[in-house]
Design a protein around this ligand. Sequence first.
Ligand code: NDP
Length: 340
Amino acid sequence: TRVLLTGASGFIASHILELLLQRGYSVRFTVRSEEKAQKLLEAHKQYRDKLDYALVGDIAQPGAFDEAVKSDPPFTGILHVASPFHFNVTDPKTELIDPAVNGTVGILKATKAYAPTVKRIVITSSFASIVDSSKPNDGAGHTYTENDWNPVTLEEGLLKPSNGYRASKKFAEKAAWDFVEQEKPNFDIATINPPLVLGPVKPYVFSLSGPNTSIERVISFIQGKAKNGAPPSVVYLWVDVRDLALSHILALEKPEAGGKRFFITEGYFSNQKIIDVIRKNFPQFVAGLPEKDEPNGGYPKELYKADNSRSKEVLGLTYRGLEESVKDLVESLVELGADK
Ligand code: NDP
């Protein structure tokens, strides 16, 4: 089976690529630099006859995927993961929202026009498309599920980068569902909606200069940079990157996953829980960790709940625990000298 994977140089997609190859898929990945393409090919030398790539520049540009989706032998599935995930922007519209929305709509259009054999497209959305961040600590007994949609407006999305990111994910996912409804293509879609992602980084794609948005708090802990205060959290839910990668592939493989969103989370994390795992397993970092009972360490008094039952029932997904995930993440960072 041959599939296309976008944004393979990213934290999450690098795990998806490895898993696809291990499961016997023939894969074309997209990246935007030749250097990253070569690093990925080198890391997967043993799969050389099942691996190729397409350089795709800025996915905000119309038609960005038009060539990448054409393949002989043709693709049966696509995993669209590429999307900007950082807050280092001056213009949320052109730097976050446009690449997210145009990239998603662009790959759907290109598939409809040029890749008629594709049966399913799995799209990496986010808990950002679900959560109502105007009441992040809503403890009024609310349990988030796949039925929830972030009410953020485009106007609010333009106010600051963090809003812009959440809006980018919500509008991109919405545009995908609208496309399928209106265009009635040959393929169906499934979306994957994870909250904060932790777990080991792949050495061939990791760069300390980032963006490493989802693991930057852990980097700050082991570098002693959060001693006087941990970064505040808005999201208190997490998932391991390996479980998340597998969920993408299961959503591609299981017929009944078509037409569904999947909220992929193990459960709660807090800064304090991460700090406790580091303290227990890595004595060399204890001196640099925030003090006990650090103000941003725990949870708000009342906290929303999360229902991940669809991921277990439809995908058959099981979840790693936080200790294993944080331990493996820190070990991978230490191997790369990221603690220095
Ligand atoms: P990374 O920053 O590691 O990966 C982002 C990927 O998208 C990179 O391959 C990057 O390419 C590519 N990309 C970004 N902007 C563009 C652009 N304008 N044109 C072309 N390619 C682009 O982040 P993650 O792996 O964490 O994120 C991957 C996906 O998962 C995103 O869709 C993100 O929204 C989603 N997500 C992540 C969560 C997390 O906590 N990590 C939580 C929920 C959802 P390059 O390497 O060239 O920069």
